[in-house]
Design a protein around this ligand. Structure first.
Ligand code: GDD
Ligand code: MG
Length: 335
């Protein structure tokens, strides 16, 4: 069976990290995040196309070197064609029922249950759904039984038809391709799904975990989920003897830490915390927190340093940056 992963977005909500890396390669637990998605696809999905526009070569090279155990082809999309246009472009290469996955979502969806549901309903298309408290940043559905009767992308809070949102995982019959115009940008969510809602679009709600890692809060939620589901660990040669480590953390061998680490902290290779405090955050490769530095709810970019006594909260610090001694980088929370 085949799958298309749409991974061509600019990743604007993860800037500055995505100024110099595609969103698919933003490290999550020290691996390009798209690898977590490929991991969860069963072996029966033996051919995967990854449709990329922005920084295509980077994704191609990264996946070329990864041991993936199946055919994965990174396909260049010269101009962004939108989430449906990207799939339409691959139409000639797709046969039979196929899957389409957003490239930035971490989940515990059972592919086999999803497929069994799709087949049982004889659906034209099935969208996996997850219940969330605030549906407005997502695609939201109205249902009649298992049929999706309305699909509204990013509705205003009071206009959301339910709390069930598009999880970014679809199963399609080939006829879905007939509903997508060729060679022009087309949005699956704004153009195709509303049209399919009258033609056999089904919804498959699933429980378990789900998170869109394409925003800072979603990224950190995805990090915590993966830490809680087998991703935590401290390398036997990591120098953490002088640190107070609390809750789920991932600290590889070549890290040195003292101070307070955790809960929910991922340190990349060669990271250093020197008597600092870090919680609910990821430090990318080579990042450092110096004496008395505090990092909460943030991502610290590659080879960046949080200086002595500096505080970083709810923020993304880009690569190669230095937060000067005593500085405060705190994103204002929206009310
Ligand atoms: N190839 C390609 N071309 N991929 C694209 C393009 C494009 O033009 N535009 C976006 N993508 C990819 C992104 O890289 C991402 O993997 C996926 O399509 C979804 O785009 P996002 O930009 O992350 O969308 P979103 O998070 O705001 O909303 C989407 O995901 C939600 C679930 O996480 C929608 O599908 C919502 O309906 C859904 O609820
Ligand atoms: Mg997204």
């Amino acid at each position: 069976m085949q799958a298309v992963i749409v991974a061509g977005g600019l990743g604007t909500r993860l800037r500055p990290l995505t100024f110099n890396r595609p969103k698919a390669l933003v490290p999550l637990l020290n691996r390009p995040q798209i690898l977590h998605i490929l991991d969860r696809l069963p072996k029966s999905v033996d051919e995967v196309f990854v449709a990329v526009n922005y920084l295509y070569e980077r994704v191609r090279d990264a996946l070329h070197d990864a041991p993936l155990g199946r055919t994965v082809e990174v396909v260049e999309e010269p101009n962004p064609l939108g989430t449906a246009g990207a799939v339409k472009r691959l139409g000639d290469r797709l046969e039979g029922t196929f899957a389409v996955y957003n490239g930035d979502v971490i989940d515990s969806l059972s592919f086999s249950d999803f497929l069994a549901f799709h087949r049982k309903r004889r659906a034209l298309a099935t969208v996996a759904l997850h219940e969330v408290e605030d549906p407005s940043p997502f695609g939201v559905v109205g249902m009649d039984g298992t049929r999706i009767t309305r699909f509204v992308e990013k509705p205003a809070a009071q206009e959301a038809p339910s709390h069930l949102v598009n999880a970014g995982r679809y199963l399609f019959e080939p006829e879905v391709l007939d509903e997508i115009p060729a060679d022009v940008p087309v949005s699956m969510e704004r153009e195709v799904f509303p049209k399919l809602a009258t033609k056999g679009l089904h919804g498959y709600p699933f429980t378990g975990y789900w998170s869109d890692a394409g925003t800072l809060s979603g990224y950190l939620a995805s990090m915590s989920i993966l830490l809680a589901n087998g991703g935590a660990g401290v390398g036997p040669r990591a120098k953490v003897g002088r640190a107070k480590v609390d809750g789920a953390v991932l600290i590889p061998d070549d890290c040195v830490a003292s101070g307070r680490i955790g809960p929910n902290v991922v340190m990349g290779p060669r990271c250093r915390v020197d008597d600092g405090t870090v919680s609910n955050s990821t430090m990318l490769e080579g990042a450092a927190i110096e004496a008395g530095g505090v990092v909460r709810g943030s991502v610290i970019g590659e080879d960046s340093t949080v200086g002595p006594g500096a505080v970083v909260e709810d923020s993304i610090v880009g690569d190669g940056a230095r937060v000067g001694s005593g500085r405060r980088v705190i994103r204002e929370r929206m009310a």
